[in-house]
Ligand binder design. Structure first.
Ligand code: AMP
Length: 282
């Protein structure tokens, strides 16, 4: 497995592979890898000949009061995991390598970021679009794999690929969960033992809402209010919990047959913010 911290290194690796007729599957990550990330790498390996992973904690997607400094970093362990997964190359740039001293340009999101994480985290998706746009230009993969865990990210990036004409196939991997249902996340490492016990409550609420909707409830407001108070009573502080239209990422008042929806929530457990979602068709 090759490890490159410079852009020229990863670029010439990819060029060499392409010259040999190989396709490239790309998995961008912020490291502190868990089984969710590893399942993305496995899928990338099924979709392409060679897998390239990037490990980069992107400062541009963290707000001033967010956890950029505390975000877990464990590069040596991550590289071992990538090697075990049969990854061909890992790109681990520094901030200096990714961003010059001055930035004259930025990417703006006009829509699709009004609700969900976009509503709660101003600038978050602009930061993600900026870094993924750069990574796509650096790595130039044939296929890129992202997780459903961050479904709004996937949908906005898919739009970027379409509007900015990246010649890349976008693939979404399902959410990988712990045995008790908690979606795996690098941030789960922040949870105390007591918080970790409470954490699967979010997924249970989403499942309950999913069940009610598949039983025919077409206007979810009361259901959502009830689940919000249940979660708050258990000590999970609601950031948002709602049913969103898959196409527009706006809240759904009344559900329409054959339309796709995302039941999604974000909660705070102490200092830790957890997100999760379920995709459904009504
Ligand atoms: P991150 O390192 O958190 O930026 O995540 C890198 C990629 O892994 C993103 O595409 C995430 O959506 C995906 N990912 C994170 N957690 C999970 C999970 N539990 N299951 C599937 N994919 C995940």
């Amino acid at each position: 497995m090759d490890v490159f911290s410079d852009i020229t290194g990863i670029r010439s690796f990819v060029k060499n592979q392409k010259r040999k007729g190989k396709t490239i599957g790309f998995v961008p990550t912020m490291g502190s890898l868990h089984d969710g990330h590893l399942s993305l790498m496995k899928l990338a390996g099924e979709k392409a000949d060679e897998v390239v992973v990037s490990i980069y904690v992107n400062p541009e997607q963290f707000g001033p009061s967010e956890d950029f400094e505390e975000y877990p970093r464990e590069l040596e362990l991550d590289l071992e995991k990538c090697q075990k997964m049969g990854v061909s190359a890992v790109f681990t740039p520094s901030d200096e390598m990714m961003y010059g001293p001055e930035k004259f340009l930025k990417i703006e999101v006009n829509d699709l970021n009004r609700y969900m994480d976009g509503g709660s985290r101003p600038g978050f998706f602009e930061g993600i679009l900026l870094v993924v746009n750069k990574l796509f230009n650096i790595v130039a993969p044939d296929v890129a794999v992202f997780g459903q865990k961050d479904i709004q990210q996937f949908i906005i990036l898919q739009q970027m690929v379409t509007e900015f004409n990246h010649d890349i196939e976008m693939v979404m991997n399902p959410i990988i969960r712990a045995n008790d249902g908690l979606a795996l996340s690098s941030r789960n490492a922040y949870l105390s033992e007591e918080e970790r016990q409470k954490a699967p409550g979010l997924y249970r609420s989403l499942q309950y809402i999913e069940k009610q909707i598949s039983d025919g409830v077409d206007s979810p407001k009361l259901l959502l209010d009830h689940q919000k108070s249940e979660l708050e009573a258990k000590g999970l502080k609601i950031d948002y919990l709602n049913v969103f239209v898959r196409k527009t990422l706006t809240p759904a008042e009344t559900l329409i047959k054959k339309e796709q929806y995302i039941i999604a929530g974000a909660v705070w457990l102490g200092e830790t913010r957890l997100i999760d979602n379920i995709l459904i068709e009504f």
